[in-house]
Design a protein around this ligand. Sequence first.
Ligand SMILES: NC(=O)c1ccc[n+]([C@@H]2O[C@H](COP(=O)([O-])OP(=O)(O)OC[C@H]3O[C@@H](n4cnc5c(N)ncnc54)[C@H](O)[C@@H]3O)[C@@H](O)[C@H]2O)c1
Length: 300
Amino acid sequence: MKTKIAVLGCGLIGASWSALFSAHGHEVAIWDPAGIAQDALDRIEQAREQVLAINPDLAGCLGSVRPTASVGEAVADALWIQENAPESAALKRDLYTEVEAAAPAEAMIASSTSSLVWSELSAGMGLPRRFVTAHPFNPPHLMPLVEIFGEAPAQERAAAFYACLGRVPVRLKREAAGHIANRLASALWREAVHIVAEGIADVEAVDMALVNGPGLRWSVVGAHMAYHLGGGAGGIAHYFDHLGPSQEHRWGTLGNPRLTPEVRKLLTEGVTAEAAGRTVGELEAERDLALMRALRDMRR
Ligand SMILES: NC(=O)c1ccc[n+]([C@@H]2O[C@H](COP(=O)([O-])OP(=O)(O)OC[C@H]3O[C@@H](n4cnc5c(N)ncnc54)[C@H](O)[C@@H]3O)[C@@H](O)[C@H]2O)c1
């Protein structure tokens, strides 16, 4: 069934959501205070082509993308509102005031926020029970994960909504800055930065180790399950007995780096060397092609 959806803030994440929503047949009204440039429409179209390339069945029921001139116009008849404004609680709260004044009372409001939490964002809302944080992983039109927090009925409704878009909704039991995935990603990147800052390995070696080792394994089994298998036939109980102490020893050696000018310089030089002349656009295109291949294979 076609749903009227409003996408507020049409940068990296808003454009990607717009592609996914419209590829699944929904009527999407988009708004951005900077206006909707042709560039944004081109990015939506390109991302939609990628969604269709991995889901050819969707081609027969494409929805629409309609630029609008105001928040009020975008949300006037929307039943789902996906907010993708810059990561500022004050800015997002001001936006919700405008949204609540113009949107139907039954419309759900979902924030893509990476690190702000539900209680902070819903403070001041007239109807906080219809508000959820719904954090996608970049790029949302390809990455299946959506992490959801809100009151129980809204969380359920949101999980059902994103599941219908082929996403994998994961519910939080309580709110946390960075939800689940970004907390994990931040913990890992902290150590990746520490390894470079301490001269243990350079940027490219760290990325190679991750992509060809744990990253590949984590794309099929999670962190906990990986250690259950690491215990052999005895599972995680044997792992604790055998390798638990060495795991705790390693935890004791992990770093807590700061992003000082020197560390930033090291990381910037390392990433530039790893990019080997490829632009961000070219690297994104390579990433997307590899993600699409992996997603197709996982579906088989
Ligand atoms: N970039 C990521 O990897 C990523 C991943 C998941 C979630 N998020 C979250 O998505 C949200 C948007 O991030 P992004 O990376 O798309 O940023 P972005 O800078 O690419 O886009 C933000 C857009 O918001 C617009 N904007 C400015 N003021 C606004 C307002 N008052 N109301 C509505 N829109 C406004 C800007 O013009 C811009 O187009 C953030 O909350 C961020 O935490 C980002």
